[in-house]
Design a protein around this ligand. Structure first.
Ligand code: FAD
Length: 465
């Protein structure tokens, strides 16, 4: 299933695309004395997606959920791991190269851990008009525009105008949708009366739209019911059993599949993800016969995910592995349809692949293991002091669940400074809604630096999704 012993006759060049949960955990566990390692990421930091919604709702500042990749690599491996910032666009499995707008990086072993991006299904135009929550940059944009709408509404001259400016619609009732709807609900309930006294609570509306018949449909029914009660207590309207059919940003209008029309000054889209895609150049047998790069070779499966075996090796490719959200594995008996796209899967796969490669490089092929996901359960939070937790043998919700949720998230965030900052922020917010984080700092548009176009996304090649 993986490389054989005698393939490790010299130090192999390992290139990892993506410094998220999977890629970074892989690098952390890989023996840097046995491999030449290069980590490539479009950002120079690792981020913590489960708390994006707190950035979007001004609960945390972005720096407390991000950590510089160079620092983490230096801390773990000194100078033995190279970091290269850039967006990988093409993977040439014939010439063994990863291609970014700025360089070509040769590899012997490639590990693809580039996660997912937003999926708008057949409504591609939404990319231009809805707010999303797939990166720190997107969460920050959401935060700025929520604050801008509140500022704008507070100087509006009529109640009608204030209502027009403050209609928030969240699409998707999974954990991210529930969490961001709850956080905006708390702003309406507790922040509005204190900081925006000219806006009445009735003038702000928050609606969450979910296609299935319950919120958090991947969790237990108890968790769904508790989330529903919590959102309702935060004055969030919940629409179940219907999807968004279209959105007209010029008229601030969302149309649902059941025909309902909703006013929407801001639509936050949390309803779908698709794997990060690349152009692939592969050997004979694939479309293009290896001479031209293609987007959908045969190993790209459902949701654009790369199909792997239980050793995380991409089907039919030599020396290419895929980890975390971007991959879909067959062969784990408990998960015949593939694993859920969760942080624990990504972390566990990263660790397993690193240990397998370490074992092979040390000539211990008998130590190579197949991946089996150890499902530790799932959780979501609604508001500042309520959560729902589904563990293997125990389900609970409310304050105790929130304490567990806090603890798990705190130990998972990288960096002691970040852990302390987040904890202080949470304790402060628990007793007091006055935060110094509701700052509306808009990035300046000028000057343009031509040398940095590939980093800032001006040519569409880098930056966040
Ligand atoms: C808002 C939100 C909330 C979530 N909440 C939870 C939760 O509560 N619990 C849970 O278990 N899971 C949660 N998840 C899912 C969890 O974050 C993912 O399962 C996990 O991040 C997957 O890890 P990964 O390493 O595969 O991908 P990611 O962590 O997404 O990392 C991908 C990395 O690749 C980089 N990258 C992307 N494209 C390129 C490219 N072309 N070139 C170079 N670099 C690239 C990115 O910058 C990023 O660093 C949440 C996800 C989101 C978006």
């Amino acid at each position: 299933m993986s490389l054989t012993d005698n393939e490790f006759t010299r130090r192999k060049r390992v290139v990892v695309i993506g410094g998220g949960f999977a890629g970074l955990n892989f690098v952390k566990h890989l023996d840097p004395d046995a491999f030449d390692v290069t980590l490539v990421d479009r950002n120079n930091y690792h981020s913590f997606p489960p708390l994006f919604y707190q950035v979007a709702s001004s609960g945390l500042d972005p720096a407390s959920i991000c950590f510089p990749l160079r620092r983490e690599l230096r801390k773990r491996h000194g100078r033995r791991v190279r970091f290269s910032m850039g967006r990988a666009e093409e993977i040439d499995t014939v010439g063994h190269r990863v291609i970014t707008p700025l360089e070509e990086i040769p590899y012997d072993i490639l590990v693809v851990a580039a996660g997912t991006t937003n999926n708008f299904f057949n409504m591609g135009y939404l990319a231009e008009s809805v707010y999303t929550m797939k990166s720190t940059a997107e969460a920050l944009r959401c935060r700025n525009d929520i604050l801008a709408l509140l500022e704008r509404a507070s100087i509006a001259t009529s109640s009608e105008e204030r209502r027009r400016l403050l209609d928030f619609v969240v699409i998707g009732g999974g954990p991210t949708g529930v969490e961001i709807a709850g956080a905006i609900g708390e702003m309406k309930r507790y922040v509005l009366p204190r900081e925006y006294p000219l806006i009445s609570q009735d003038e702000m509306s928050i609606t969450i739209v979910e296609g299935s018949d319950r919120l958090l449909h991947t969790m237990s029914e108890d968790a769904s019911a508790a989330a529903l009660r919590s959102l309702e207590s935060l004055m969030v309207n919940v629409r179940l059993g219907t999807n968004m059919k279209e959105y007209d940003p010029d008229r601030n209008r969302v149309v649902l599949a059941d025909g309902t029309q909703l006013d929407a000054s801001m639509v936050i889209w949390t309803a779908g993800v698709t794997a990060t895609s690349f152009r692939w150049k592969t050997s004979a047998g694939e479309e293009g016969d290896g001479s031209a790069a293609v987007a959908h070779p045969s190993f790209v499966g459902h949701g654009g995910r790369l199909m792997t075996d239980t050793g995380c090796r991409v089907t039919g490719l030599e020396d290419v592995y895929a980890l975390g959200d971007i991959s879909i594995m067959s062969g784990d008996p408990a998960f015949p349809a593939g694993h859920p796209q969760l942080a624990q899967v990504a972390l566990q796969q990263g660790r397993l692949l690193a240990r397998n490669l370490n074992a092979l490089s040390a000539g211990k092929a008998s130590k190579v293991k197949e991946f089996r996901y150890d499902d530790k359960g799932s959780m979501a939070t609604v508001g500042r002091n309520r959560a729902v937790v589904d563990l293997k043998h125990l389900r609970f919700h409310g304050f105790a669940a929130w304490m567990v949720w806090m603890f798990i998230h705190l130990i998972s965030i990288l960096g002691m400074r970040n852990k302390i900052t987040v904890l202080v922020n949470w304790i402060w917010a628990y007793f007091n809604y006055s935060t110094s984080l509701r700052l509306l700092i808009m990035p300046s548009r000028r000057p343009d630096n031509n040398d940095l176009g590939a980093f800032s996304g001006k040519d569409g090649s880098s930056g966040d999704s």
